[in-house]
Ligand binder design. Structure first.
Ligand SMILES: [Zn+2]
Length: 226
């Protein structure tokens, strides 16, 4: 069990209330959560993990998948490409920067599991439309796939509360989604190790690791729905 300050416990409780009063909760996660699950440069002396203690390997992904199963989280927008949200069971998922386990047809947008498309004939072709197939990951400077962007937009439009976890949400287009919810009068909850650009417009900022705060938030929510 994580030891939280009284203030943080109170804020987590407030966040649970706010989430339960929301009509359409959307989550936004970013590279921060992947960092916590083990990108090597963040380990070692002076690294994030050493300073703040090692988080459970999959705490935050499980939390968000479970929140979706409970019918509370409606959609998860993520900047991660590591497939961990899918692996944890998230279903309504918008992967802004793609998924490194998938290939994508650049003509019709169909996704295929890695290995499904034969590389015997190059360039690889889409079995549905004959278009070129590439990795689903969105390279720097490459446009976000239109279907993903449309999903993000429609879910953001419906959202009256956004839970932003493990991202400073500074990179567009992801940065625009919480701002849009806020402009419409919706509420923002942030879970982040550090203060971010978003902090000043958040109703609640939970300062700490997503891997320890999110499971606590989930317990808080479960107690209240019982
Ligand atoms: Zn195609």
């Amino acid at each position: 069990m994580a030891e939280f300050s009284e203030q943080l416990n109170r804020e987590i409780d407030d966040a649970a209330e706010l989430i339960l009063s929301a009509k359409y909760l959307v989550g936004l996660t970013g590279a921060g959560v992947s960092v916590e699950s083990g990108i090597p440069p963040f380990r070692g002396p002076g690294g994030l993990w050493t300073k703040h203690g090692e988080p459970p390997m999959d705490g935050y992904q499980r939390f968000l998948a479970e929140l979706e199963k409970l019918g509370i989280l409606k959609c998860l927008i993520t900047q991660n490409v590591d497939n961990l949200h899918r692996a944890a069971g998230s279903v309504n998922l918008a992967e802004i920067h793609g998924n490194f386990m998938l290939d994508r047809c650049i003509s019709c947008g169909s996704r295929f599991r890695r290995g499904e498309i034969s590389l015997e004939v190059l360039p690889p072709r889409c079995p549905k439309c004959g278009g070129l197939v590439k990795g689903d990951g969105v390279a720097f400077g490459e446009p976000i796939p239109l279907d993903v962007l449309a999903l993000c937009q429609s879910e953001t439009d419906k959202s009256d509360c956004m839970l932003v976890a493990g991202t400073s949400a500074m990179v567009y287009p992801a940065a625009a989604f919480p701002q849009e919810v806020w402009r419409r009068g919706g509420s923002l909850i942030e879970v982040n190790l550090y203060e971010s650009e978003l902090t000043r417009i958040c109703w609640i900022s939970l300062r700490g690791q997503t891997g320890t705060i999110l499971p606590e938030l989930l317990s808080g929510i479960k107690v209240k729905v019982k």
